[in-house]
Ligand binder design. Structure first.
Ligand SMILES: Cc1cc2nc3c(=O)[nH]c(=O)nc-3n(C[C@H](O)[C@H](O)[C@H](O)COP(=O)(O)OP(=O)(O)OC[C@H]3O[C@@H](n4cnc5c(N)ncnc54)[C@H](O)[C@@H]3O)c2cc1C
Length: 371
């Protein structure tokens, strides 16, 4: 790990979504000068996600579980920093997540079963009053939770960055990475007025989400579209997140119920809602919490997860000296934002870091697939 730029030279953040903001914030906290280049703020998956912090409920395993657990542990302190720097709340709720199953055998075979509390039908009905009749068992992961990314976290991160002097350039698309003698020398960008220009930079962090491979084709990142909707339920109707197969229900503090999500591998970057996707969510609501089918829909939206072949992110050094990677977080980017920001700020500071940090960076190298 070695930073190459003088500490006063701005680091360019390519992409102003969740990772771009989280990394920019941490770099600015470390005293670096930072500039965020953002093509379209509103298309960021950071505004799309359900905000679950769910390494256990998602049934992660191996290195991804380790990364997720490390980030979950850091989440409260990370959120505290953002709230202190921004003066805004992030909507962190350590509310626990319940995963329901059709049988106790399915429950006991779940990859993260050892991390949860086993529930029988009575226990399940106690944790989730009104849960559908098809569920006979459950796992409660009390350590998992959620954050209100769409309405709070993204705005708080932006505000924290601005307060720390981060410069934003919205409507600026990075067209090309420029190199000199193999190392990063800058980027070519097109602004909202269609003017093309060059920005010099010795260091940049690639945070272009699902679009990352458009700038660096060797990155194995591809989009997985997800459709979402929200319902206005009675306040306090649901305390825990319910994470069912294919559909999950995430209750915010004010009774808004965020419902997700389709997982469309064939959709590419096709924008928009589809009747099929919305019916799928409706069927999931009916199966998980029948009474919620009657709650009025508030909003419907979609976005693109940045997926990789093993569904883990690409973190740290790239093949181009001076270009760092924070991409490919697929369906766990909100969960992984805290640890990503920490690891990337370590890389750019050129510090040694702990054995644990080294080992995580090693586990999520961009070129691990070719080994
Ligand atoms: C439906 C859905 C539900 C999800 N639910 C959860 C969840 O519950 N929990 C969880 O942990 N994660 C969840 N995620 C995943 C999480 O949202 C993503 O992993 C995370 O937002 C990725 O962050 P990012 O910064 O890499 O990408 P994004 O947030 O998508 O940001 C990328 C940004 O880069 C910009 N950009 C792209 N190309 C260029 C370019 N050439 N020049 C300039 N800018 C560019 C884009 O405009 C965009 O704003 C969900 C995602 C989806 C889609």
């Amino acid at each position: 790990m070695s930073g190459t730029a003088a500490p006063s030279e701005p680091v360019l953040i390519l992409g102003g979504g969740l990772m771009g903001l989280a990394v920019a914030h941490q770099l600015a906290r470390n005293g670096r000068s930072v500039e965020v280049l953002s093509r379209r703020r509103s298309e960021a998956a950071g505004f799309v996600a359900a905000g679950m912090l769910a390494p256990h409920a998602e049934g992660l395993s191996g290195e991804l579980l380790r990364l997720g657990q490390a980030s979950l542990e850091q989440a409260p302190a990370w959120v505290e920093q953002i709230q202190a720097d921004s003066g805004l709340r992030c909507g962190l709720r350590p509310c626990g997540i319940v995963v329901p199953f059709a049988s106790t055998a399915e429950r006991d075979a779940y990859p993260t079963a050892a991390w949860g509390s086993a529930l029988d039908r009575a226990g399940l009905a106690q944790e989730v009053p009104g849960i559908g009749p098809g569920w006979q068992a459950g796992l409660l992961f009390a350590q998992d939770g959620q954050i209100d990314n769409r309405r709070r976290l993204m705005r708080a991160l932006e505000r924290a960055c601005v307060e720390l002097g981060v410069r934003f350039q919205e409507g600026v698309e990075v067209l090309e990475l420029l190199r000199s003698e193999g190392a990063l020398s800058g980027v070519r960008v097109r602004d909202a007025a269609a003017d093309v220009r060059t920005l010099q930079a010795a260091e940049a962090v690639l945070c272009c989400g699902a679009w990352s491979a458009q700038l660096l084709p060797e990155l194995p990142v591809f989009p997985v579209k997800g459709q979402m909707l929200s319902l206005q339920g009675p306040r306090e109707a649901l305390q825990r997140v319910i994470f069912g197969p294919g559909t999950y229900l995430v209750p915010r503090e004010d009774g808004l119920l965020v419902v997700g999500a389709t997982s469309e591998h064939e959709a590419g970057f096709t924008e928009g809602l589809t009747p099929f996707g919305q019916r799928q969510l409706q069927a999931g609501i009916e199966a998980l919490l029948p009474e919620a089918s009657q709650w009025p829909p508030m909003e419907r939206w979609w976005g693109f997860r940045p997926c990789t072949p093993d569904e883990g992110p690409l973190l740290g050094a790239s093949a181009i000296p001076g270009l760092w990677l924070a991409a490919g977080h697929h369906r766990n980017g909100v969960l992984l934002a805290a640890i990503t920001a920490e690891l990337l700020s370590l890389c750019l500071a050129g510090k040694e870091g702990s054995a644990e940090q080294h080992s995580l960076l090693d586990a999520f190298r961009w070129d691990r697939f070719s080994n």
